[in-house]
Design a protein around this ligand. Structure first.
Ligand code: FE
Length: 199
């Protein structure tokens, strides 16, 4: 099948106590799986069946005839990127060339952190906060629902899911507490650095 559910890049309990096994059982095993299953059903027998995941997303973006395919395929891509954006014992201040670029473009790590947290907290309803590379500059953007920067010629460096299904089991309605935990304890800066190196 074109759309596939990747294994988590760590054990399902590995992000505890911050993100529980129960959250990942539902988020990866039910939600992410459902986007894969539903997306594959929708593309079966269509021109999109022979395309790659990214090609499907780019071909269906902003096309009201194919909104269902876009939503499912983009959510498959976004979640796969999100799992890699976290790791056990992650978070905190980055190092290396990405850290320098963050300081150059945002003023300081603290300023980056504040802007990223604010983007996540102010995304009304479901969506995503992203660190992206756009025309030579690191930027923080937010997308609603299945929105993804890859259809806007922006290169994702890091993402955080702010759909309620990402945090409700562990944090209930306290989205800001989830965001703080993501930044302090979960960010996989090595993955972000790899994305920066690949530009
Ligand atoms: Fe999600």
């Amino acid at each position: 099948m074109t759309l596939e559910l990747p294994n988590l890049p760590y054990d399902i309990s590995a992000l505890e106590p911050h993100i529980s096994k129960e959250t990942l059982e539902f988020h990866h095993g039910k939600h992410h799986q459902a986007y894969v299953t539903n997306g594959n059903k929708l593309i079966a027998g269509t021109e999109f069946e022979s395309m790659s995941e990214e090609e499907i997303i780019k071909a269906t973006a902003n096309n009201t005839d194919h909104i269902g395919i876009f939503n499912n395929a983009a959510q498959v891509w976004n979640h796969t990127f999100y799992w890699k954006s976290m790791k056990p014992n992650g978070g905190g201040v980055p190092t290396g060339s990405l850290a320098k670029k963050i300081s150059d473009d945002f003023g300081s790590y603290e300023a980056f952190k504040e802007q990223f947290a604010n983007a996540g907290a102010t995304q009304f309803g479901s969506g995503w906060a992203w660190l992206v590379f756009d025309q030579g500059t690191l930027k923080i953007v937010k997308t609603a629902n299945a929105g993804t920067p890859i259809v806007k010629n922006q290169t994702p460096i890091l993402t955080m899911d702010v759909w309620e299904h990402a945090y409700y089991v562990d944090f209930r309605n306290a989205r800001p507490k989830y965001i703080e935990t993501f930044l302090n304890n979960l960010v996989n800066w090595e993955f972000a650095q790899q994305n920066f190196d690949n530009l």
